[in-house]
Design a protein around this ligand. Structure first.
Ligand SMILES: NC(=O)c1ccc[n+]([C@@H]2O[C@H](COP(=O)([O-])OP(=O)(O)OC[C@H]3O[C@@H](n4cnc5c(N)ncnc54)[C@H](OP(=O)(O)O)[C@@H]3O)[C@@H](O)[C@H]2O)c1
Length: 332
């Protein structure tokens, strides 16, 4: 099968399309023929070796010191089940599925554990579903699991026009929160269209001088560390560190002990339960993936280059199987 592989850390050009063996599902795994995938911020990090401050040594130990051990990037996918392992009970060949997390999505086929897979929302095309899991599951995990978001709360989303930020706006609005979105002015219309009630241009206005206090600050831009924003949290407010340095994450439980305010960090997980929750929200009309650009598989290096700009809005999708460009359900 064809896959986009990289054998050393570096710029987009380290990625190339190559022939690799087609994977074979183990008893609890499903073989998915991938129709669409995405190049997202985690692919950029893993490819370039750019990790948040303090994480580089740990990350290199885990991923490969001299070069990546896992040579196929791609944390999310949408496709069709080709075959299932002997112990798979929840999926059948022909099912339209999506998944997120890990590696291996930048290829024609991937094996996925059945508890990391879900049926695609019926209302989405493969192209849209290829950009659904990463931002959606991250925002669900941070806002619901760590943030315990409640109706009526005031939520600040820093990095609101990125993939996880746009998802967070929608999930916060679905929870009936009041949303303040921080992004550059060129993205005001986009974040408002996703439901943001108020917008702040971080290049013009300092969020700490807005005169507002927030119940939740969701920081996916890494520019709202605890010392900077603790005074704009309400008395039991929570800072959710989606992007932060190693030390900010280590210190989070300790800063929390000193007051009712808290800082929480973690890593989202793309379980079937989380994917299914997202799919239900999509089919109920409460969530939509935002697709910024779409590239052919052969142009995946260009997709990486665009993601490297740091200015993408939402997802950058790759059509692995271009024949699905116009598949049945599509709006994007
Ligand atoms: N902990 C976890 O489990 C987890 C999971 C997913 C992602 N992450 C991390 O979260 C970060 C964001 O991910 P993502 O996929 O949402 O990234 P993304 O889609 O690449 O975000 C790009 C956006 O960042 C915005 N931005 C850049 N500088 C900013 C600033 N100073 N203030 C506010 N916004 C700014 C840009 O908006 P403008 O053009 O409007 O400036 C752009 O639209 C990544 O670093 C990723 O590694 C962590």
């Amino acid at each position: 099968m064809k896959a986009a592989v990289y054998t050393k850390y570096g710029p987009p050009e380290v990625v190339r399309i190559a022939d690799v063996p087609k994977p074979v599902p183990k008893p609890n795994q499903v073989l998915v023929k991938i129709h669409a995938t995405a190049v997202n911020s985690s692919d950029w990090r893993l490819r370039s070796g750019s990790f948040p401050a303090g994480f580089t040594i740990l990350a290199r130990l885990g991923l490969g010191i001299c070069g990546p051990r896992n040579k196929i990037l791609g944390a999310e996918l949408a496709g069709v089940v080709e075959s299932v392992g002997a112990k798979v009970t929840r999926f059948n060949p022909g099912d339209r599925v999506f998944a997120g997390g890990g590696f291996g999505g930048h290829a024609e086929y991937k094996v996925v554990a059945q508890n990391k897979l879900a049926m695609m929302p019926v209302s989405l095309s493969f192209k849209q579903a290829g950009g659904l899991a990463f931002g959606g599951t991250t925002a669900l995990y941070f806002l619901h699991d760590l943030g315990q978001i409640k109706a009526g709360q005031k939520v600040l989303i820093n990095g609101a026009s990125g993939n996880t930020g746009l998802a967070a706006i929608q999930i916060a609005k679905h929870a009936k929160a009041e949303v303040w979105a921080v992004c550059s002015a060129r993205n005001f219309d986009l974040v408002k269209s996703m439901g943001a009630d108020h917008v702040i241009d971080y290049t013009v206005q300092d969020i700490t001088k807005s005169g507002q206090k927030f119940d939740i600050i969701y920081d996916s831009a890494g520019t709202a560390p605890w010392p900077r924003v603790k005074d704009i949290l309400t008395s039991n407010g929570r800072l959710l560190i989606v992007l932060g340095s190693f030390w900010e994450m280590v210190q989070a439980p300790f800063v929390s002990r000193k007051s009712g305010k808290s800082a929480k960090s973690g890593t989202s997980s793309e379980s079937s339960a989380s994917l299914e929750k997202l799919a239900d929200m999509v089919d109920a009309g409460d969530f939509q993936p935002v697709i910024d650009r779409c590239y052919a598989f052969a142009d995946i290096v260009d997709a990486h280059a665009y993601v490297d700009t740091g200015r993408k809005r939402g997802s950058v999708v790759i059509l692995v199987d271009e024949a699905v460009k116009n598949d049945g359900n599509h709006a994007g």
